[in-house]
Design a protein. Structure first.
Length: 252
């Protein structure tokens, strides 16, 4: 095999492997079960959490989703949005430490929500919306461990927690970051840290904006990865062309 062909094959192989790596990284980033928005202010009230569940199996559909809510830092006033084709079962638990609120002492809270009856097929995802009355104000984050069951009986456990400063585990649990409230803010402030006068009456609208912002960020990340892959491919082709021209010049 001539040196020119060898150079071309090597350049093509490097380009293909690099592009495949970029695309694989993009796919892995979107295969996880996530919660949107990614953050809320501590003690926020009247908002909505959206659990996004993608199907990552080629030959099976997602038929059951179980989201476990923390009870050591409970989410109060949980309500489930009706979902076409899905039936939601809400499980409550007696709290070890009751929570005192302006409306009284809360002794029970939702600990699990299970959706069944529907199907998330290959290449699809499903959003499950959960409204809340109040988030805790005594922790920096909430972890929502999730079990995803497929039609072939396989269960993916999204329960691993990411260590501080460490790499993300293979099956991370959806995590909601709780940010400190600025001076003068009340519990109805949105997750951006700015006061929202209408939050108590239209919390879902605020949450939808935050979710849209998060989705836009994810889209930008995917677009950036795609552009990076294309740039790498172009550089590979340029290198191959340069090698070809150099070889021809040597022959001349």
């Amino acid at each position: 095999m001539s040196p020119i062909r060898t150079t071309l094959r090597r350049a093509g192989l490097v380009t293909a492997l690099t592009t495949a790596g970029v695309l694989a990284a993009a796919g892995a980033a979107f295969a996880h079960v996530t919660v949107h928005p990614e953050s809320y202010a501590k003690g926020a009230t009247d908002g909505v959490l959206t659990f996004r569940v993608p199907n990552e199996e080629d030959t099976a559909s997602t038929t059951k989703v179980q989201v476990f809510l923390p009870t050591d830092h409970p989410v109060l006033g949980v309500l489930v949005t009706p979902q076409d084709g899905w039936t939601a079962k809400v499980t409550t638990t007696k709290l070890k430490t009751p929570v005192k609120t302006d409306d009284g002492t809360i002794t029970d809270a939702v600990s699990e929500i299970t959706w069944t009856g529907g199907r998330i097929r290959h290449g699809e995802y499903q959003d499950f919306n959960v409204a809340f009355g109040q988030l805790p104000d005594d922790t920096d984050q909430l972890s929502f461990k999730t079990l995803q069951t497929y039609s072939d009986g396989n269960v993916v456990r999204w329960i691993e927690e990411t260590p501080k400063g460490g790499e993300e585990p293979e099956n991370p649990a959806p995590v909601l970051t709780l940010t400190a409230k600025a001076a003068g803010e009340d519990s109805s402030d949105d997750s951006s840290g700015k006061s929202s006068p209408a939050a108590s009456s239209s919390g879902s609208g605020s949450a939808a904006k935050n979710s849209a912002a998060s989705d836009k960020s994810s889209d930008s990340t995917a677009r950036g990865l795609g552009i990076a892959g294309l740039v790498v491919g172009v550089l590979g082709l340029v290198a191959a062309g340069f090698a070809l021209a150099r070889g021809r010049g040597a022959r001349s």
